[in-house]
Design a protein around this ligand. Structure first.
Ligand SMILES: [Zn+2]
Length: 428
């Protein structure tokens, strides 16, 4: 597969194509490397060069008022997603419109003037993955799949199991067996087929691709339905722009696992600019990784175009993808926009979780801690402009990664239930 190419795939004139009626504005699949096009279907790799496929669209006229009149979830943006026009009528978990929190306390602690936290722990299964799964489920139904499946580092497992349960279809979820206990319980509770695999995420992902080759009616959301699934992350970008009052931030820091979320937020901003929904202005995109799994940060800092796979070793398990599919495109976006990709140690991840909790009352998962600490590092190194408006993403809930902070937090005291005991403890 070629490394470069149409990373910033712009929409060519596609007047000759009729939008596929049952997948909304989506018109075709286009290869991100060589630009080859093919009809919409259950495909994810280019027939010419094996490059990843991306959805192409013919967007209709869409106004801010149209979007504002839509449902209080991601389906307000259905006119920009590969989903049927009646998508809101079929059962799904209805993710989206999570809080954009003005984070003045954290901003002050870090020396920033204006900071926002997009808190995606507010989704139905407490991570941003509900967004991508909702879009994948809607597309998978149209494409004729019967089972919703995935390899996962945990959050996706929760989202797939829950969405399938609500949709009344079967789920099949595969995770590494060393996953956090919280994420195992919060997947198993929804029922469905749930398999722990002795191996790391990259092993589980490879196994899923092999199973997908045999089980033709299984939609592995992040494998054979990936082009549709990945588009769900655009809704994070749309929401940030809408919640800022229909404008783009100056700087945004996004956690990087596969890298898809970062590239899709950029795509969302570009689409809003092209559609005239926000003013065109420069913005800088930054990626955040854990040092124990920082292949994209290493490539960025080394000035490389190729991302060299690593063996993950970090407490930030939701970011522990050693061979990130969208790594090269993360390099493209961050370099194009004047951003960067940085990484932090596990100790700094825990500090980041605690800082966000202490300053803003938001208990983020390890990926949130990565993002906060990378933000701090980028400020200290002068790469983030402290006077420019900044948004960071908290992609999941700290209740799912309790082990990360359990050793370093505790009650202030343990006392008998008497006023004397309270006085003696010097807590006043
Ligand atoms: Zn191709």
């Amino acid at each position: 597969m070629g490394r470069k190419g149409l990373a910033m795939a712009t929409t060519p004139a596609n007047d000759q194509l009729t939008p596929a009626g049952n997948l909304g504005p989506a018109t075709a699949l286009v290869c991100r490397e060589c630009g080859a096009r093919r009809d919409l279907g259950p495909h994810y790799a280019c027939e010419e060069c094996f490059g990843p496929l991306e959805i192409d669209y013919a967007f209709g006229d869409l106004t801010r008022a149209d979007i504002e009149a839509g449902p209080q979830n991601i389906w307000r943006y259905k006119g920009l997603l590969p989903v049927p026009a009646n998508v809101a009528d079929t059962p799904n978990t209805e993710p989206g419109l999570t809080r954009l929190v003005r984070a003045d306390n954290l901003a002050e602690a870090l020396g920033l003037q204006r900071l926002w936290v997009k808190d995606d722990s507010g989704n139905p299964t407490h991570s941003f993955k509900d967004r991508v799964v909702a879009v994948a489920l809607a597309a998978a139904r149209e494409l004729g799949f019967k089972v919703l499946a995935c390899p996962s580092t945990g959050n996706l497992a929760n989202a797939v199991a829950a969405a399938a349960a609500r949709a009344g279809i079967r789920s099949a979820v595969f995770v590494p067996s060393n996953l956090e206990q919280q994420k195992i319980i919060t997947t198993a509770v929804y029922g469905g087929t749930f398999v722990t695999v002795d191996g790391n995420y990259d092993d589980v992902n490879r196994l899923a691709s092999e199973i997908a080759g045999e089980q033709e009616d299984w939609a592995f959301v992040n494998v054979n339905v990936r082009p549709y699934y990945a588009e769900g992350s655009k809704t994070l970008g749309y929401e940030i722009a809408e919640q800022l009052g229909w404008r783009l931030p100056d700087q945004i820091v996004v956690p990087v696992a596969s890298g898809s979320q970062l590239t899709k937020i950029d795509k969302a901003f570009q689409e809003f600019i092209k559609l005239g929904l926000v003013e065109d202005k420069p913005y800088r995109v930054f990626g955040a990784q854990a040092a124990g799994c920082g292949p994209v940060a290493a490539a960025f800092k080394g000035g490389h175009d190729v991302v060299r796979p690593v063996k993950p070793d970090t407490i930030a398990k939701s970011l522990a993808i050693g061979n990130p599919a969208d790594g090269p495109y993360v390099l493209d976006v961050t370099r194009r926009t004047g951003g960067a990709v940085e990484d932090v140690t596990d100790e700094q991840v825990v500090e980041g979780i605690r800082l966000l909790a202490r300053t803003e009352g938001i208990f983020g998962e390890t990926a949130g801690g990565v993002t906060v600490s990378v933000l701090r590092k980028l400020i200290e190194s002068g790469q983030i402009d402290p006077s420019a408006e900044t948004v960071i993403i908290n992609s999941g809930d700290g209740l799912k990664t309790l082990d990360a902070v359990a050793p370093v937090v505790a009650p202030s005291a343990n006392i008998k239930p008497t006023l004397d005991a309270f006085r003696a403890a010097n807590l006043a």
